[in-house]
Each structure stands twice: as C-alpha cells, then as structure tokens.
Ligand binder design. Structure first.
Ligand code: CO
Length: 210
C-alpha cells in the first residue's frame, strides 16, 4: 500500500470538513469567531500520540504544544509562550503533560544512540536519568528502564512547569488550574495518571527525590 499523496490529503480534508459541517451546521463559523478551550496538552511530537484524538476532544477544545520527548524547558520560548497564552489569555483550567511509553527520544537518552541534533534537545532527559541512576539500574532490563524513564521524564517536566512564572502567578491570584502528569500506552491506547491532579495546594508532591 502506498502512502497517500498531498492531493489525497486535500481530498480527505474536503470530505472531513463537509462531514463536520453536515453534522454540526455552523461549526467552523462558530470556531472562527473564538476559541475557548479548557485544556492544554503538552506532549511528544510522535505521530502515534494524536492529542485531540486520544482524549476525544473536537477542534476548539484542546490547546496543544508538542515537541520531541514532551519537554518543558525554562529557556524554551516556544513552550513558555504557549503556556502563558493558554493560562493568561485563554484561562484554561487543566494542563496535561503527556509522555508515552516507547518514546524514541527518551530511549535515545537512555541508550546513548546517535540521533543527530535531537541529542542536544533531549539532554534534559539524560540529566533525569543520571538523577535516578540507582532506581533505573535496579530494573530488570532496558525496556523496563525506558518505561520508567518515560514516567520520570513526565514528572520532571511537570515540575519544570510548576516552576514557571506563569503557573506560579496563576495560582497566586487564585486561578483554578490543575496540572495532570499522564503517560500514554502505545500498546493499548490508554492514558494513565502518574500523580493526583496538582494544584497550588499540593504542588510539592511531585518527585520527592532525585
Ligand atoms: Co516520544
């Protein structure tokens, strides 16, 4: 089977837009006038983790930022701008920081595989690995270590998010906002929570050691 070409994609798009408009007349006009999503998704760029689809949200319901290995880095103006716009302007109420098992970015950090420029990008994952070296070494094999590092990475990135000025300011002014570290299973399509929802009151629960 050959992959669809660009004309196929444009035809699929036309068919999709028709179908949406048929089932919800005025859908696109309404969305064009404003967006009011309640959720921000920060996830991996991986093609197997399509944000809207896995949580069943329609266009207009999920604000999305994705990068390799779902990192929240305090020097990343792209990610920080998305977070600020979502929290300050859109007043979103929930942020899902979503990692996934089988993440090749995380795996490369673990194995030291050469993957080019992305090696620099995933350097923070190696730092997390170093911080949890003993816990990871105690696991039976590289697959188990990779799975655990995917989880630890989500927790670390959530902690980075907690430390942003945007989140701290939002909580300080009493804005209702909770963070949800979650991990997606490529093998079963399921999302799992890694901690209870995090709010201003329990923001220290995450990553007690390391
Ligand atoms: Co990934």
């Amino acid at each position: 089977m050959t992959a669809p070409d660009i004309n196929d994609l444009l035809a699929r798009n036309a068919a999709w837009a028709r179908k949406v408009e048929e089932s919800s007349p005025g859908f696109f006009k309404g969305l064009a006038a404003q967006q009011a999503p309640k959720y921000l998704w920060i996830g991996c760029a991986d093609s197997r983790v399509p944000a809207n689809e896995v949580v069943g949200l329609a266009p207009g319901e999920l604000f999305v930022h994705r990068n390799v290995a779902n990192l929240v880095q305090l020097a990343d103006l792209n990610c920080l701008s998305v977070v600020q716009f979502a929290v300050d302007r859109l007043q979103i109420e929930h942020i899902l920081v979503c990692g996934h098992y089988g993440c090749s970015g995380v795996r490369a950090a673990l194995t030291g595989d050469r993957i080019g420029l992305a090696e620099h990008w995933i350097r923070p994952v190696r730092d997390t690995m170093d911080d949890y070296r003993d816990e990871l070494a105690a696991l039976p094999d590289d697959d188990a270590r990779a799975d655990r590092l995917c989880e630890l990475n989500v927790l670390r990135q959530t902690r980075n998010l907690i430390h942003t000025q945007t989140i701290q300011d939002a909580w300080a002014r009493g804005q209702a906002l909770s963070l949800h570290p979650v991990i997606y299973g490529l093998k079963d399509g399921r999302l799992r929570e890694l901690t209870q929802p995090i709010t201003a009151d329990n923001q220290n629960v995450i990553l007690p050691k390391g």
